[in-house]
Design a protein around this ligand. Sequence first.
Ligand SMILES: Nc1ncnc2c1ncn2[C@@H]1O[C@H](COP(=O)(O)OP(=O)(O)O)[C@@H](O)[C@H]1O
Ligand SMILES: [Mg+2]
Length: 253
Amino acid sequence: MKVLVVAQGKGGVGKTASAAHIAFYAREAGLRVLVIDLDTGDLTRTLAEYQIDGVASSLFTQAGVSCLAAKQEDGSGCLALVPADNLLANLVFLPLEQAQQQFEQSLGRLAAEYDLCVIDTAPGLGIAKAAALHVADAVISPVEMEAYSIEGIKQTMITVLNARQKNPKLSFLGILPSRVDTRSPRQMANLNQVREAHSALMAPLVIGLRSSVAEALAHGMPVWKLRKTSARAAGAEMRALGSYVLSKVGVAQ
Ligand SMILES: Nc1ncnc2c1ncn2[C@@H]1O[C@H](COP(=O)(O)OP(=O)(O)O)[C@@H](O)[C@H]1O
Ligand SMILES: [Mg+2]
């Protein structure tokens, strides 16, 4: 099982939208996908129908999540969600080393059942996010083309480099320009500036600001399944994201 973390210090930048679409895409590609919500439950609401027994905080403590066999129908992919819960907030009281070890063991118990694990994280510098980065194979970082978020790129890179000291296999899949308003000259200028300043760090993708994304997530479905002409461009962008991530992480599609 390969482990992908979606992380960025700021909230509201498209982490959850990205995590959900990567997971949907991977399932459609025939993979067995485990999704873990380490934030306050947005992804849990979107993927409510895929919930399995156990809660995310227990992955960091003794109890863990029972190793359910992934339900796979005739070779097609499947999705299983470990939902967020209120006890995630108590992880601040755990030593990082302990949280990390326990999380690694918990994932180890689930590893044979799944091909890909997608982890959505909270903004800020929490224990759960740090532990996830210490065991992950890859991380991708959605960023809005606004000043505060752009300044956050440095912080994101520090977080990734710190995690790499403990976890050298962690691969950075890039800064993902997200919720980009392509009709805003200011955002497009920011995008160009970021590309010039950080060309080696950029994922070769742009996720545009499109209301169909929010609408699809509210319906618990990928945007490419919305029957609307206006959802087509968003669907193509989200599929490109899924395809990019699967090829970089190295899981078959
Ligand atoms: N590409 C997009 N276009 C329009 N709205 C989006 C897009 N991506 C996310 N959203 C919406 O913007 C808000 C923040 O996105 P979200 O993925 O929840 O960010 P984060 O997880 O980083 O806090 C949500 O209401 C979400 O539905
Ligand atoms: Mg979120």
